[in-house]
Design a protein around this ligand. Structure first.
Ligand SMILES: CCCCC/C=C/C(=O)SCCNC(=O)CCNC(=O)[C@H](O)C(C)(C)COP(=O)(O)OP(=O)(O)OC[C@H]1O[C@@H](n2cnc3c(N)ncnc32)[C@H](O)[C@@H]1OP(=O)(O)O
Ligand SMILES: NC(=O)C1=CN([C@@H]2O[C@H](COP(=O)(O)OP(=O)(O)OC[C@H]3O[C@@H](n4cnc5c(N)ncnc54)[C@H](OP(=O)(O)O)[C@@H]3O)[C@@H](O)[C@H]2O)C=CC1
Length: 293
């Protein structure tokens, strides 16, 4: 989809890049020539990913062990990256989540999710953004959100709340930092199965609700390359006028709500024929009762 050199000279940090979608995005960026930094809390996982992905593209991939809930740790990470060169891009991808009835959540359970998704993304943006502003770098921030920023979602309330806060940050900072040429965008994926997400959101092994591909209008899960392509596009030069946007990538899933007629896609031509006859019969009956028109 892109030239191999599309991201040459780009240096991008992907939080939570050691696993799942972050790792797939790292593969995509590397294959288009970017230098990539990943961070997370588990060194063995990061080390393994770096070893595996170093064979792709320029092979310039590095890791930092960092808990993004800690602003001092983020400052240390970003300072150490800058010693090797300035970043040009940030992908806020790290997250925490699990399904739970909201009434059963403890304050610590809520904080575990909020502090990772909302605070972690904000601290990272701040540490990098202030350097870009000082040095006149026109960087690109992209946050990996979820379609719940538009719909909300039961049973994952702290995640939906925290992602929506970052959606608001995206719109707000796009305006505040537009004068510096810094772009602030987000993507909102539908279901892209990963071990990390499915362990926490699909623990019974029976896909339901958000993890059920049969309710996606396109009838399938997202493919990793599709998300990596969107991230590549948003990190590349060429459409710098795009800012403040949250772009859905979900096969139409969030639009196929039970409150719409999305489920009628399962009706056959025969079903539609008998439905049409029934509606026409009703209309004919009404016509016989009209005194005008
Ligand atoms: C399908 C389409 C949409 C998909 C959208 C996907 C969104 C995602 O974000 S998926 C990402 C999934 N990946 C992760 O969550 C990775 C990181 N997760 C974790 O590190 C843990 O799962 C964590 C969230 C529990 C946080 O770990 P940690 O900081 O080590 O916290 P503790 O284990 O100490 O627990 C803190 C607190 O949370 C309570 N808790 C944990 N699990 C549950 C649960 N299943 N239900 C209710 N409460 C839970 C735990 O009990 C602790 O509270 P206290 O007991 O009050 O101390
Ligand atoms: N999979 C899906 O269908 C969808 C996913 N998303 C979003 O995509 C992103 C990735 O999810 P996915 O790949 O599925 O799940 P993963 O669990 O694989 O990814 C989460 C990553 O975040 C890291 N992380 C968690 N907490 C912290 C922390 N405090 N500090 C640093 N890193 C942390 C984890 O590493 P470690 O534990 O080592 O710290 C892990 O690498 C998330 O933002 C998620 O909300 C959105 C929509 C759909």
């Amino acid at each position: 989809m892109f030239k191999d050199s599309t991201l040459a000279n780009k240096r991008v940090l992907i939080t939570g890049g050691g696993t799942g979608l972050g790792k797939e995005i790292a593969k995509g960026l590397l294959s288009y020539g970017a230098e990539v930094y990943i961070c997370g809390r588990r060194e063995s996982v990061l080390q393994e990913t770096v070893t595996e992905l170093a064979k792709i593209g320029s092979g310039k991939i590095h890791y930092r062990v960092t808990d993004i809930r800690d602003p001092d740790a983020i400052e240390t990470m970003v300072a150490s990256i800058w010693e090797e060169g300035a970043l040009t891009g940030l992908i806020n991808n790290a997250a925490a989540n699990f399904i739970s009835p909201t009434k059963d959540l403890s304050p610590r359970g809520y904080q575990a999710i909020r502090s990772t998704v909302m605070d972690g993304a904000f601290y990272t943006v701040l540490a990098i953004g202030k350097r870009w502003i000082k040095e006149g770098i026109k960087g690109s921030i992209v946050s990996n959100l979820v379609t719940w920023v538009w719909t909300g979602s039961a049973y994952v309330v702290p995640s939906a709340m925290a992602k929506t806060a970052i959606d608001s940050m995206t719109k707000s900072l796009a305006v505040e930092w537009g004068r510096y040429g810094i772009r602030v965008n987000a993507v909102a994926p539908g279901p892209f199965p990963t071990e990390g997400a499915w362990d926490k959101l699909n623990p019974t092994g029976t896909s339901t609700g958000a993890t059920d591909a049969s309710t996606v209008p396109m009838g399938r899960y997202g493919e990793m390359q599709e998300l990596a392509n969107l991230m590549t596009f948003l990190q590349a030069d060429g459409c710098d006028y795009i800012t403040g946007q949250t772009i859905g990538i979900d096969g139409g899933h969030h639009l196929a709500a039970p409150s719409t007629f999305a489920s009628l896609g399962s009706w056959s031509d025969d079903d539609w024929s008998s439905v049409r006859d029934s509606i026409k019969a009703s209309a004919e009956k009404e016509k016989t009762q009209r005194s005008v028109g």
